[in-house]
Write a protein that binds this ligand. Structure first.
Ligand code: ADP
Ligand code: MG
Length: 430
């Protein structure tokens, strides 16, 4: 993909925007872009630099993402903290064409890495509750304040932030940023080589590698007995490349397979509630380490049909209205609302799954399944909104000192939600 119209090749020390940003280390990549840790020489902090592929359709997509990011950066301050912030944007011309670049605040590891870090055993429920609270506040903000549907919520797209400002020294190594192209390979004293050594050491220790230094790492996050009061916001929603305004949708085919809502599969139209479905899938995955639905095509049935069958095994039969309303319904269901090609289902209610397979206590299994089942309603309009979900008692059963989620207590347009967990407890009468 490093050819005309594709990715821009970056070397450590490369300069962008007339020398303002200097590439330090590759952070990740997606279908459309590569993302680099860069040093902002003007504001003297580290940032994430997302460099889009240069072909016309990628430029178009980046312009759209910038539109969305600009909109959401401009909102109630206590809320904007739960979504990634766009700092700057510019064009960079290289051998493969002209690339739109987005400068974003530098964030940490993703939820996917957290799940991998637990060796797919899942995160303790108290942590799940905290993370869920952050995601829900972010979603509520997108949905209610901006009318934006994310459409691609998944563990990779939720990134942690650190209570220690990572933009100052992301590796907490004391090393200074690389300010020019190192000659003859990487400078021994550079952040990058320091990082490499550190990562190797740690990778050996844990037989896996994490992308970031201590300040932003999962290890720090899981450290017991840390002072919870230091933490405000824990994680943020990122990747608005597929987000859309609810009243201006441009495609039917949205969401990553495992987090895809039934109405999207059935092509029955969609709204904010598809994000709520994905959110429930993420919450389950965090708590158990397993994907809730991971369908596969088999002999005589498609991936879509397997997916619908799994939903029915967990949640029961589709309501008639749903099973008949989408463009694709006739392909999958007969007139009784049974699947045409998968006749035998192994029913397994969620609570049973949690208690028997994942060994949750009866009480935890009950409470968690009750929380999730409302979100996994096969009728999209019956799912609670993010706002309603934030009021749910399950989220408020946190057994440590409450976090003051909102610094800014003076927003009256969102006053219902402008409460910390402490106030939520009062709100639900605990
Ligand atoms: P794409 O739209 O091409 O999928 P993403 O926005 O998902 O690009 O970014 C690709 C990867 O880059 C992410 O999965 C993550 O690992 C990393 N990344 C993205 N944004 C940031 C950020 N603000 N801070 C740190 N890493 C980031
Ligand atoms: Mg992505």
């Amino acid at each position: 993909s490093y050819r005309r119209g594709g990715y821009h090749a970056v070397k450590i020390g490369d300069q962008f925007a007339g020398g303002r940003y200097i590439a330090q280390k590759k952070l990740g990549w997606g279908q459309f872009s590569t993302v680099w840790l860069a040093y902002d020489t003007k504001d003297e902090k580290y940032v994430a630099l997302k460099i889009q592929k240069s072909a016309a359709q990628f430029v178009q997509a980046a312009l759209h993402e910038i539109d969305i990011l600009s909109a959401i950066g401009d909102g109630t301050p206590s809320y904007t903290k739960f979504v990634a912030q766009l700092i700057d944007q510019f064009k960079h011309t290289g051998p493969n064409g002209s690339h739109l670049c987005m400068v974003l605040e530098f964030l940490g590891d993703s939820l996917l890495r957290l799940i991998r870090f637990t060796r797919y055993r899942g995160v303790p429920l108290t942590k799940v509750r905290e993370i869920c609270t952050c995601i829900l506040i972010g979603l509520d903000y997108l949905h209610r304040e901006h009318g934006i549907i994310h459409t691609d919520l998944k563990p990779e797209n939720i990134l942690f932030i650190s209570p220690i400002d990572p933009s100052k020294d992301p590796f907490r190594s004391g090393a200074s940023p690389i300010l020019e192209r190192p000659e003859g390979g990487i400078n021994r004293n550079s952040v990058a080589s320091h990082m490499e050594k550190r990562l190797k050491r740690r990778a050996r220790k844990m037989s896996m590698s994490l992308s970031l230094g201590r300040g932003n790492s999962i290890q720090e996050y899981l450290k017991p007995n840390r002072n919870i009061d230091e933490i405000d916001v824990r994680c943020k929603i990122v990747d608005f490349g597929n987000a859309c305004w609810a009243d201006n949708q441009f495609t039917d085919m949205v969401q990553t397979r495992q987090y895809r809502a039934p109405e999207v599969i059935l092509q029955a139209g969609y709204s904010f509630s598809i994000d709520m479905w994905s959110f429930a899938c993420i919450a389950f995955e965090l708590a158990t380490g397993d994907m809730l639905f991971n369908p596969r095509a088999g002999q005589g049935f498609s991936e879509d049909e397997d997916h619908l069958a799994m939903m029915m095994e967990l949640l029961g039969k589709f309501p008639k209205k749903v099973a008949t309303s989408g463009a694709k319904c006739k392909d999958f269901f007969d007139r009784h609302g049974d699947l045409k090609r998968i006749r035998r289902l192994k029913m397994c209610p969620l609570k049973k799954l949690l208690v028997e397979r994942y060994k949750f206590s009866e009480k935890d299994g009950n409470e968690f399944s009750e929380f999730l089942l409302a979100l996994l309603d096969l009728s999209p309009e019956k799912r609670p909104t993010a706002q309603q979900c934030l009021q749910h008692p399950w989220l408020n059963a946190i057994d440590y000192a409450p976090i003051d989620i909102f610094n800014n207590q003076n927003n009256n347009n969102l006053e219902n939600l402008n409460v910390g967990i402490r106030n939520l407890e009062i709100a639900v009468g605990k």
